[in-house]
Design a protein. Sequence first.
Length: 247
Amino acid sequence: MAEENRLFEEGMTHYRAKNYEAAIQSFTKNLRKIPDHLGSICQRGGSWMQLREYEKAIQDFDTAIGLDDEIAAVYAERAVARYQLKQYKEAIQDFDKAVELEPDNAYRYSSRAYILASIGDKISALHDYRKALEINPNDPIVQNNLGLLEETMGYSKKAQERYAKADELLGITQEDRQARLDDAIEKYEQIEASRKANRVKPQEPTKPQTKDYFKVVKEVFTSKETFGDFMSFVKGRFAQKKAGKES
């Protein structure tokens, strides 16, 4: 048993160091010895996620759910993988299950809200964000994201209140906000200039008008950066939740 624990901990060390290929190798070695080692299965799935190998990640999460179908984090991670593969219906179903398993976890609602908003179901997303804030009103990311959503739905005054609250929670001053807004606009202009120089027709860019720099930055970001933003938001928690249970 000591050898199996060593291999799992070795994999976790690689994972924390963001050496995901080495982590996968260690978890795979452990699974050859103990095929149903839940921690290794989940963490290997998480490693595949970091490498954007979503189909492989889903295979591991499927296996994990087959062994234990009451871990909300696994459903949430599989939902993210399915979302990245444009399997939106299945992604929402997984988030539904995560919420069912952890109805008092604000993070489950806010994660589902992010996906719902991205696929155009704004009303459902609005309800989920508000539920998340009902449970945890001091989450600046949720305050900000709800503000962004409310702004697209015409609730400008409410949105500004959300942004102000997010700033308060993050300790951001008006000067900080203006500086970041200026920086985001500069990046926006640089991207547009680069597109024109390369004779790439822009996709009807709209110059940012809002004072909220979060929104400006989201408009400026490339798809790769947007992916990074989402993956930071939907943060995996296998190491914290499962290390004790699976080893």
